[in-house]
Design a protein around this ligand. Sequence first.
Ligand SMILES: *Cc1c(COP(=O)(O)O)cnc(C)c1O
Length: 342
Amino acid sequence: MLKLTVDAQRWHNYLTAFVDSCPGIVPVTKGNGYGFGHALTVQESQRLGVDVIAVGVAQEVASVREHGWDKDVVVLNPWRPGDQVATELLSDPKVITTISRVEDVAAVRELAPDAPILVEVETSMHRHGVRADEVAALDLDGLNVRGWTIHLPSGATLDEGREMARTVMRHPMASRGIWFSHLSCDDYVTLSKELDVPVRMRVGTRLWLGDVDAYRVTGTVLDIHWLPKGTPVGYHRIKTRADGYIVVVSGGTAHGVALSAPISAGSLRQWLIPGAEALQQMVGRVTSPFTVAGRRAVFAEPPHMHSSLVFVGGPGEPAQVGDEVPVNVRMTTATFDEIRVK
Ligand SMILES: *Cc1c(COP(=O)(O)O)cnc(C)c1O
């Protein structure tokens, strides 16, 4: 069982302090809710008293609603004509749809002119957005424009934010406000003071995952076997390179554990290609995300669906069945069997 344990008091305090120092932020709770799940991110957003949250895709709106969110929701991925769920949500007055192409402005005017929308402007990220030189002349008449959206690359500067704001200011509907992503809190507060339009900022990672001591991920030791050097182990019968312990720990590919193995993409690929020889060559070289007896253990073979075999050299038993061991996972790609808030 892979478990996420959240130190409730510490996490609450951090989130509250963050929102206080960065007022008006819009918590982003897309994907797996940054590891915490929508139940917790919704509950915390309610406790923080924010008036709007953001999800990644239209299909995630139902999930945050099921968990009790009844205020506004922004869908960050821009609307496209082929997305049926996103199109149905155009008629939901509490869903704010992102529009990022000139032709989609026209399509939404046809489909649902009352739909609350944010108009995205292309930034130096070059992901989505109406081109900066198209903004001034963009025809938004009759649409329910809630604001403009500017998704800056991470680590963006205040000047880049200012430059994008100047682009928006050329449009008569600039006064509806600008929603930024990826400014520092200081730069966001500065811009809010400089601009005489409402300013908001979407934040995910820095909010939910900002205090790394407020949560921890653990796997449980399920079994432990001492084996002499050269013993074939696991599905692939890879031989151990030394005397030592095979420790079977909960946490595997189904939890996203392999994705967080701190090894290069090249060696991971090589390792995941089934081939006895390639696997044997990698033995002892691939550091696992599991910390056993105070050290990062190496994988004995590629992780299984729900557990992993790691090798820990002797002498001295490194762990006991039932021990909880720290696991280093990437929170946005992890799936937990249990989330404990205490
Ligand atoms: C994901 C996303 C965010 C949040 O990003 P973090 O780096 O997790 O804070 C903000 N804005 C947009 C448009 C996004 O897609």
